[in-house]
Design a protein around this ligand. Structure first.
Ligand code: UD1
Ligand code: F6R
Length: 371
């Protein structure tokens, strides 16, 4: 049921304030008399000790689910101190990469039925790792076969392009980082800021969704482009990959997410006055580095569209021809949830303007159950 929306993708983008609220329901508390803010993931509580003792956390997934894990890696490393590595499920299987008993392998999958992720799960189980699922589908193969896990509770996702599941996955993995990470005096303020940020996130998502018309206008401008680059780094490298994935899979426009730190190692050669480039430059520890990336792209006459935090337009704009998207500022590790939304809207409007099928892009299936 699409309600008053024209497409499932549109509905699922716009219902993110509600899906995120459901994801967090019963799992976060502002703290009662003790004033302590806490996270409770029921599915993990008996396994946290084992996870904390593991030598490594390995994230395994495909497509958007992989990108969500990538967005969550920095906060997991920061709060737990455990090395976190990333595996695309098919690549792990192709290499028969090493997985050990001392590893915690985290399988991220909206459907819980993706063939490669499921086979990688079997492989990790055979190798003796503790296997944790982050799934949206209760009773799915990955939910059933992992030792433990967390349901993201985003509600059924119908559009082939994953949108609300992505943001709920990131929120669950931020909660996972809080749950695994020790509650030490030194990180207490940071933990509390993240919990407050999580509780306020649905409001901030509601705010950024108001840019729907602005993104539609941008889509009109980009409608006949052949290609689009998205530059990000740090917490928002994943946003660059995921934004580009949305644009390519539904709008059928070639698009590439680029790690901004790699710019000079190749991608800079593509920059000219024609190719549109989105630069993600919201406030975090990487902001000044992104300002310098903007300057260098501008020096090569790059056609820039910059995403920045509210009030920062003057700090990132390179002049008349530069388009700026201002988004609400949230805690750095949660910023990917905000920043992906204008890109989801852009991909959606590009697709509709081009007259393409947004809920069922050509050649794609919602759940990839064959290798
Ligand atoms: C559970 C109930 C929820 C109830 C809540 C009340 C279910 C599915 N969830 O939620 O309805 O409101 O208690 O306390 O009945 N699991 C995996 N792999 C996965 C995902 C989950 O093994 O990929 C396991 C978990 O370890 C757990 C169970 O499935 O044993 C349910 O997980 P989850 O729904 O996340 O647990 P709660 O949030 O506690
Ligand atoms: C992109 C998309 C796919 C899926 C991928 C994994 O919008 O939907 O890239 O993310 O096929 O699917 P799940 O998460 O079901 O394992």
């Amino acid at each position: 049921n699409k309600g008053h929306y024209e497409h499932y993708m549109q509905k699922e983008i716009h219902e993110q304030p509600e899906s995120l609220t459901t994801t967090m329901r019963g799992r976060l508390s502002r703290g009662g008399s003790s004033k302590l803010k806490t996270v409770l993931l029921g599915g993990l509580k008996d396994h946290l000790k084992t996870i904390r003792r593991s030598r490594r956390i390995v994230f395994i997934g495909c497509g958007t689910s992989y990108n969500a894990a990538l967005a969550s890696r920095p906060i997991l490393e920061e709060l737990t101190g455990i090395p976190v590595t990333m595996e695309i499920a098919s690549d792990l299987l192709d290499r028969q990469g090493p997985i050990y008993r001392e590893d915690t392998a985290v399988f991220v999958s909206q459907s819980g039925e993706t063939a490669d992720t499921l086979l990688a799960l079997q492989y990790a189980l055979d190798n003796g790792a503790l296997c944790v699922g982050i799934t949206n589908t209760v009773g799915s193969a990955i939910a059933r076969n992992t030792h433990c896990g967390v349901h993201i509770n985003a509600g059924a996702e119908i559009g082939v392009a994953s949108t609300k599941a992505y943001t709920s996955q990131i929120v669950v993995m931020a909660m996972l980082a809080l749950a695994i990470g020790g509650d030490t005096i030194s990180n207490q303020a940071r933990r509390e800021a993240i919990i407050d940020g999580l509780l306020d996130l649905p409001n901030k998502v509601r705010e950024v969704l108001k840019q729907d018309q602005e993104m539609k206008d941008l889509a009109k401008l980009l409608m006949s482009e052949q290609s689009l680059l998205v530059f990000g780094r740090g917490f928002n490298y994943a946003t660059a990959l995921e934004g580009a994935l949305k644009v390519k899979e539904v709008a059928l426009t070639h698009s590439e997410g680029i790690l901004a730190g790699e710019m000079k190692h190749g991608p800079l050669a593509l920059v000219d006055e024609n190719l549109p480039i989105i630069v993600l430059a919201t406030r975090d520890a990487c902001f000044s580095k992104q300002q310098s990336v903007i300057q260098q792209l501008h020096a090569r006459k790059g056609r820039l569209i910059v995403m920045c935090s509210k009030g920062d337009a003057a700090l990132v704009s390179t002049g008349e021809s530069c388009r700026v998207i201002e988004v609400p500022l949230v805690e750095d590790c949660l910023q990917p949830v905000i920043n992906i939304i204008p890109l989801q809207l852009l991909a959606y409007h590009l697709t509709v303007l081009k007259g393409l099928n947004v809920d069922q892009p050509r050649n794609l299936a919602k759940s990839v159950t064959t290798q």
